[in-house]
Design a protein around this ligand. Sequence first.
Ligand SMILES: Cc1cc2nc3c(=O)[nH]c(=O)nc-3n(C[C@H](O)[C@H](O)[C@H](O)COP(=O)(O)OP(=O)(O)OC[C@H]3O[C@@H](n4cnc5c(N)ncnc54)[C@H](O)[C@@H]3O)c2cc1C
Length: 434
Amino acid sequence: MASPHSGATSDPASEQSRRPHILILGGGFGGVGAARKLKGADADVTVVDRNDYHTFQPLLYQVATDLLETSACGHPLRDLFHDQPNATVHEATVTGIDLAAREVQFAEMAPLTYDYLVLGLGAGVNFFGVDGANEHAFPMYTLADAVRLKGHVLRKWEDADRDSALVDDGAVNIVVVGGGPTGIESAGALAELYRSNFAEDYRGIPQDKARIVLVEAGPALLSMFKPSIQSYTKKALEDRGVEVLLGEVVASVEPTRVTLKSGKVIEAHTLIWGAGLQASPVGEMLGVELQHGNRVPTEPDLSIPGHPEAFAVGDIAWITDGDTDDVLPQLGSVALQAGERAGENIARLLDGKETEQFRYHDKGTMATIGRGAGVVQTRGGHTLKGKAAFFAWGGVHLALLSTGEDRTKAVMDWTWAGFTHERAGRISVRTDTD
Ligand SMILES: Cc1cc2nc3c(=O)[nH]c(=O)nc-3n(C[C@H](O)[C@H](O)[C@H](O)COP(=O)(O)OP(=O)(O)OC[C@H]3O[C@@H](n4cnc5c(N)ncnc54)[C@H](O)[C@@H]3O)c2cc1C
């Protein structure tokens, strides 16, 4: 059914009678946070995403390594708004935004006009122009990325099982690029998959010939953490059989080889890219001067400068904290809280009130390296590592999941894997297009 806001032009009579229309672009943490805060508003809310599901990015690596089912990381967007009668969801890709005309264009449907806009289209991978990365590297930003990586790794092990020459060629070796949370979490999870499950599954392939190499350009892992956390993380990874290369930069990627700027060549048929991101290219259509990483600038209340009716939230936005003036990192908790603030600000404008500035409540930056090994650092500099940090990480991530059903699924999968080391999802289902 067509939305009442379909079409760039509309009948002036119905224009007068209709409720304000709030258009939310992106059903990620930011978009969903904003939409939920508008539940009680006397307005129509439309959420548009190119997928029909909300993606829980922080746990993608767990889908790629079979620790979680796909459906624990992707939740039907429509389901999230069953209890919100003023919200409508469309699956469509944003192709253009005209801030002056208050109109958004899509690839698959007619343009929509709006009274208020929330821009929450997130960010994507940045390969920094590394030769061959676009063609051969595996990014980890979407559910499709995680599912593709999982199938690829399983196929490499099956291929190597049939032909031992492939083991010597590096078929089961993996290079992970980036010593930030994405890189270390991916490397740690792969190490557990290799050393626990694949060691039993593929007894003919010696584990010492299945290398996991983490490459980081800087002098330490987790550059934003204190040195004690950095050295703990490095040791925890090495204890799990991950080789950590610091001060090394990837120069080029080929299907079976990774060349570093130092001249080292690593035989590996898989390279996971966790090293950089850039904001959605849609920001470039706004006609505003973008900040570092193509991020859209925002005022303290999260509106786009010169457009008090349009708000930018989450990874696409350059957000400064109201209390400290710090530029906030591209994190799920920042996106969710900013989305909620944008939604609340629009509700205030609808009520004739002034907007409020965004203040971020920091629960700490955290990462997990593997079972029983995590790290946490708060903005005040307090740190936690080991089991306590692992459980703190689990609690914070469960809270971020969008529904109770998703939380239950994750707890069941984690508990099962924790007790049995078992990962039931390690099958590769081929479709006609594979
Ligand atoms: C592997 C990984 C691990 C992470 N781990 C953590 C962590 O442990 N803790 C943490 O706090 N944060 C973590 N993050 C960061 C966190 O996931 C992001 O900061 C957060 O998802 C940003 O939310 P968002 O709403 O801005 O964007 P997103 O969640 O990316 O949502 C953007 C939405 O916009 C849609 N979209 C994009 N372009 C278009 C278009 N043209 N048309 C229509 N729809 C479009 C996308 O489909 C998506 O649903 C991690 C990120 C990654 C990639």
